[in-house]
Design a protein around this ligand. Structure first.
Ligand SMILES: [Zn+2]
Length: 316
């Protein structure tokens, strides 16, 4: 894409600056709006919290923000646009569908790859519903250890919409699995893998998994910092430091996959895991992870590559 679609208009890749590539203002599992016994969604409170957080992140150096919420788990692009306007932080939203296990699948299971691709392309070129807001990125997702036929259709649709529109692709993977297979599917559709982020790759401690993907030219997301209950930060950091040490800094992006507001009821974590999400907040990379990298001698230019240059190249 020549210019990048944000929820408040287009920007150039040069205007992106320091970017968090994977965070969520809102998430709601399909059906959340039917749960009349759940706490009511307080839009005003959620709005104020999101704006305050973005302002705090701006003070830490953030310039732009990608919220790759797929269309079927509570995506609200009007909310994103209001928050973006009030905070002054450009937000890129996504088209695309979530993994089969947690997505809203009934309708799109009955559609062909090309029909799904048409929907994705239309959200990028014509806009989402009647909002006038255009998606700037394509999201797809797979579950743990397998890619279902439905998920494969969505991956192929993402590939075709990418080729048609130029909007880059970002993915969800589970527990550090199926990233290589996702790349196989994109490659078989003719995608230039330098416009793909295999998300949540930091969920694997297997450096072979990482280098297999990196050597094919894609980006990988170390984008779940703070989610210690899924995979400890210590292992995410160890893998990151290793990969930076052998020169992969041009293909890694950083984020947290933080969720700022759950629609309906959110994660029900057992009390003993509460300590393991203490750092799951969007300032964690700036406040804790970057200092940890600096302490072991990671150069500023490598940090800049991950936060500024890689997002720019991925979108250009
Ligand atoms: Zn996510």
């Amino acid at each position: 894409m020549k210019s990048i679609n944000t929820v408040t208009g287009t920007i150039t890749a040069e205007q992106l600056g320091t970017t968090l590539m994977h965070e969520h203002l809102l998430i709601g599992w399909a059906g959340w709006e039917l749960d009349c016994a759940a706490p009511k969604f307080e839009r005003k409170t959620a709005f104020k919290n999101a704006v305050d957080r973005l302002k705090e992140l701006k003070d830490l150096g953030l310039k732009s923000f990608v919220d790759p919420c797929p269309m079927d788990i509570g995506r609200d692009v009007n909310f994103m646009a209001e928050v973006s306007q009030a905070s002054g932080v450009p937000i890129v939203c996504a088209t695309g569908l979530y993994k089969e296990e947690l997505g809203n699948t009934a309708y799109f299971k009955q559609r062909s790859v090309d029909e799904i691709a048409e929907v994705y392309s239309s959200e990028i070129t014509r806009g989402i519903g009647n909002t006038g807001i255009k998606a700037g990125i394509i999201k797809c997702a797979t579950g743990k250890g397998q890619i279902t036929p439905y998920e494969e259709n969505c991956l192929r649709a993402a590939a075709r919409a990418h080729i048609r529109t130029g909007a880059p692709i970002t993915t969800h993977t589970e527990d550090g699995t199926m990233g290589r297979e996702q790349l196989d599917i994109f490659a078989s559709e003719g995608v230039d893998l330098s416009h793909v982020i295999i998300g949540h790759s930091c969920g694997s401690a297997d450096l072979r998994y990482h280098t297999d993907m990196l050597d094919r030219g894609c980006f990988i997301g170390f984008d779940r910092f703070g989610l210690d209950f899924l995979h400890p930060d210590k292992l995410r950091l160890a893998a990151l430091i290793g990969l930076l040490g052998v020169g992969y800094e041009k293909q890694i992006v950083l984020s947290h996959d933080s969720v700022w507001c759950w629609l309906g009821r959110g994660l029900d974590l057992p009390p003993e895991t509460a300590k393991l999400v203490e750092n799951w907040k969007p300032s964690h990379v700036f406040q804790d992870i970057l200092p940890a990298l600096r302490r072991v001698g990671v150069e500023e230019e490598k940090i800049r590559a991950m936060l500024v240059e890689n997002p720019r190249r991925y979108f250009s």
